[in-house]
Design a protein around this ligand. Structure first.
Ligand SMILES: Nc1ncnc2c1ncn2[C@@H]1O[C@H](COP(=O)(O)OP(=O)(O)O)[C@@H](O)[C@H]1O
Ligand SMILES: O=c1ccn([C@@H]2O[C@H](COP(=O)(O)OP(=O)(O)O)[C@@H](O)[C@H]2O)c(=O)[nH]1
Length: 326
């Protein structure tokens, strides 16, 4: 798994992050986001303004009207050559501003193609075909029991399990990660890390898993936490088959998290961060559950009961919906 985190980020990260950062409020997160954006914001050379100020032989009186003795070929050629030169310099400068690690690992594409990809918009089709790759999103409040039940499902059904939170924590801990501080701040504040980072980590993890083990069934745990993540992942990576939603009360979650805090070593398992995470869950993540409920994709499980009882309900839901055997 750790090797997957060392995989270079897909180039869409570069495109998407700059597009997603539109507000510049001066919070630590926004400051970090601005720093993140600087990857793409290469200083652009100022193009000289080209005024129709030709006073030579072909243009009279500073005006733009060509004289009747011919087409203004020389100025046009000069503009074309100058413009191409500036464009070339701009491209070179931008390449220099993109860290090698953020470029594709498979260097089978030319720089010209890289540039086109960076400049291109969202993908026209997802990286994985949903007829070939099964994705189940696992949602629920902090401490609802997502990770615990995912471990059961891995044993019972042979899914590969990727927790978005775990991938982010590993990326944060990687010594030369340029997103470390950003991730740390978001996790401590119970905020959601810009989606491009998380989606890239997940896509790379899935790609590695398929390559190494051939597994094509994925539990994506603790993701998507916000509507933009859901839409981006489904458009660029893989549409989901189901959403497994663990439902319980804040009281239950709080007790479990405070207990987990005794051993987890997690920076966000403290009362202050927990309260913030609850708020983010209600405001940002519940709309995702509601969105998938309207699409008829949610398997809702009451996770207030014991681990075994919850798993019984999970199995019932999965067997009904996926027609899988455990
Ligand atoms: N059904 C359950 N009953 C009691 N404790 C649970 C149950 N499910 C999980 N736990 C415990 O609660 C804590 C949070 O569970 P976890 O699976 O890590 O939640 P999440 O991944 O949703 O944050 C863990 O310490 C776990 O052992
Ligand atoms: O898609 C994700 C998943 C997680 N997180 C961050 O990681 C933290 C921990 O998430 P995790 O799923 O590990 O833990 P949970 O809060 O569900 O116990 C969250 O509060 C967020 O700050 C995020 O930004 N995006």
């Amino acid at each position: 798994m750790s090797s997957s985190l060392r995989t270079a980020f897909p180039r869409f990260i570069l495109q998407g992050v700059s597009a997603s950062v539109t507000t510049h409020r001066s919070t630590p997160v926004n400051a970090a986001r601005r720093a993140f954006t600087s990857i793409t914001s290469a200083a652009r050379p100022t193009l000289p303004s080209i005024q129709p100020q030709f006073t030579g032989r072909r243009f009279a009186g500073g005006g733009a009207a060509p004289q009747k003795d011919g087409f203004p070929i020389i100025p046009l050629v000069a503009i074309f050559v100058g413009g191409s030169g500036l464009f070339y310099l701009l491209v070179k400068q931008r390449e220099g501003n993109i860290p090698e690690r953020l470029r594709s690992k498979e260097r089978d594409m030319s720089t010209e193609n890289d540039r086109k990809l960076i400049a291109s918009g969202p993908r026209t089709k997802p990286a994985f075909d949903p007829n070939d790759v099964t994705v189940i999103f696992v949602l629920g409040g902090p401490g609802a029991g997502k990770g615990t039940q995912c471990a059961n499902i891995v044993r019972g059904y042979g899914f590969a399990h990727y927790s978005a939170g775990d991938l982010l924590r590993m990326e944060q801990a990687r010594p030369d990660s340029e997103f470390g501080e950003l991730i740390k701040t978001c996790i401590r504040e119970g905020k959601i890390v810009p989606m491009e980072v998380t989606v890239a980590l997940l896509e790379n993890a899935m790609r590695d898993e398929i390559k190494k083990t051939g597994t094509k069934r994925f539990l994506i745990d603790g993701f998507p936490r916000q509507m933009d993540q859901a839409l981006k992942f489904e458009q660029d990576v893989c549409p989901s088959k189901l959403v497994l939603f663990f439902d319980t009360t804040e009281d239950v979650m709080l007790k479990r998290l405070l207990r987990r805090a005794e051993t987890s070593g997690r920076e966000d398992d403290n009362i202050e961060s927990i309260r913030k995470r609850f708020r983010t869950f209600v405001e940002a993540s519940m709309p995702v559950v509601e969105y998938y409920e309207k699409l008829g994709k949610v398997v809702k499980v009451n996770s207030s009961n014991s681990v075994d009882e919850v798993y019984e309900e999970v199995k019932k839901g999965l067997d009904e919906r996926l027609k899988l055997k455990n």
